[in-house]
Design a protein around this ligand. Structure first.
Ligand code: EPZ
Length: 430
């Protein structure tokens, strides 16, 4: 099954949003895109069936399932968000480039294919509007643990003969680089030690999943040790809640001065966002296990200085959405992104909706705020930029037309339905 070309049914459409309506109501948060994708890739390491629950129904999942099918995986939806995958044997070690190029996360197939078969070949993933997205740390780590890696115009070939072993210190915290090395070493390694490893929730969820299938992976601070186990059993696993989706709804409610309740969240993962909302003057309470209530009605909100950093810092994937919220707050806020310093392509689009920006360089270090936002036309440059523009449109006076909504379908399940449930007035315009 080849997925729709990222929402072809709707690409070219614009989302019309009537602004100025405070969001109110309750929504359920879906499973995390950035946890589900690596778990789908990691399922290649098991010869027996694996069932994942709370898998978001989004385009990126459809694309990865299409790639896995080419590799020999049989899969089926066994519930609204439950997916069973079975790869009795890999029929290829070379995922189809046309599909790989549609999504950077597909580069995390390198580790599991290599781990299962001892060899792999992958096309370089595309960069995107976040700036250059090199893979030097992936390759450096693989080589350090005994993988022979060659880079030939646009693709990477990797192979190893002896069990993997060695210690490597990442020169930069990399989610994908850490996960690729873990998956490469899970089956056939004596001992691999990864230092300065990423410990984002979406990395630790992969470790937990693999250990549930019989792997031996140990996390101590930012050091991850992998001891190979030869084979993994099948099993079941629940995908963790999507902290980026949850944060987007919290910030949308704050930007519209509304009150929303989110069900199915993991509060600890949202602590960096909740902390900033409290500092701004909103009220965020845990009203039941997994249920957060955010109230920004008639609150005098204050500007913030937010720095995006690796977890437990404020997440880079919520920096654009935070900018949209802070654009509505009196005074001058400042945002710095230390993970993707060039994550700025969305700023001119935010300015088209009235955001007041002071921005000296082409780096993501800018001042924003003072409101009010005014409805207009804007174009989505990438998934999280889309979240920011939707928030700005919801907060603006008047109607906005947000084009490029196929980006939104990559990572937000049922976005329009959930926003309508919260009282937003929106429609599609061809
Ligand atoms: C993951 O991307 C997420 N994607 C991203 O979410 C997220 O923004 C990012 O981690 C945050 O760290 C998935 O999980 C599918 P990185 P990843 O390797 O792994 C530099 C979204 O919208 N770097 O942690 O690709 C890199 O340039 C997406 O859901 C190197 O220099 O990110 C960046 O500055 C966007 N060399 C920093 O490290 C490398 O070899 C963090 O990148 C690898 C990365």
């Amino acid at each position: 099954m080849t997925p729709p070309l990222s929402g072809t049914t709707r690409s070219g459409h614009a989302l019309l949003i009537q602004g100025g309506i405070p969001l109110a109501g309750e929504v359920e948060v879906s499973g995390a895109k950035n946890a589900a994708l690596p778990l789908l890739a990691a399922s290649l390491l098991a010869r027996d069936p694996v069932t994942l629950h709370r898998v978001p129904r989004i385009v990126d999942v459809e694309v990865l399932l299409a790639i896995l099918e080419h590799l020999g995986t049989r899969w089926s939806w066994t519930g609204p968000s439950s997916l069973t995958l079975h790869t009795p044997e890999l029929v290829s070690v070379f995922p189809p480039p046309a599909l790989v190029l549609r999504m950077r996360a597909s580069f995390e197939l390198l580790g599991p294919i290599l781990g299962r078969e001892g060899e792999a070949e992958l096309t370089f993933p595309g960069g995107c509007r976040l700036g250059p997205r090199p893979i030097d740390q992936h390759i450096r780590a693989m080589r350090a643990i005994g993988v022979h890696v060659t880079e030939i115009e646009g693709s990477v070939t990797a192979a190893y003969r002896q069990p993997l072993a060695g210690r490597v210190r990442f020169q930069i915290r990399t989610v994908g680089g850490t996960r690729n090395a873990i998956m490469a070493a899970t089956l056939n390694a004596t001992e691999v030690v990864l230092e300065n490893a990423s410990t984002e929730p979406e990395v630790l969820a992969l470790v937990d999943f693999l250990n549930q299938l019989g792997a031996r992976i140990f996390v101590t601070g930012d050091t991850i040790t992998v001891c190979g186990v030869g084979a993994l059993s099948g099993g079941e696993y629940n995908v963790i809640p999507d902290r980026m989706e949850a944060g987007t709804y919290l910030l949308a409610a704050a930007a519209t001065r509304g009150r929303v309740t989110l069900h199915g969240v993991e509060p600890t993962h949202l602590a960096p966002v909740v902390d900033q909302l409290w500092r701004a003057g909103a009220s965020v309470k845990l009203v039941a296990p997994g249920t957060l209530e955010m109230d920004a009605r008639s609150r005098a909100l204050s500007p913030l200085f937010v720095t995006a950093e690796p977890y437990p810092g404020f997440p880079t994937d919520l920096h654009p959405q935070m900018a949209a919220f802070l654009a509505t707050v009196p005074g001058e806020s400042r945002i710095v992104d230390r993970v993707f310093p060039q994550r700025t392509a969305y700023l001119p689009e935010l300015a088209r909706l009235g955001a007041r920006l002071t921005w000296e360089s082409d780096l993501a270090d800018f001042r924003i705020g003072g409101g009010p936002l005014s409805g207009g036309e804007a174009h989505v440059t990438d998934l999280r930029a889309g979240g920011a523009l939707v928030i700005a449109a919801l907060a603006a006076t008047g109607t906005s037309a947000i084009a490029g909504i196929e980006h939104l379908e990559r990572g937000y399940q049922d976005l329009e339905r959930k926003l309508a449930t919260l009282g937003a007035t929106l429609s599609l315009k061809a």
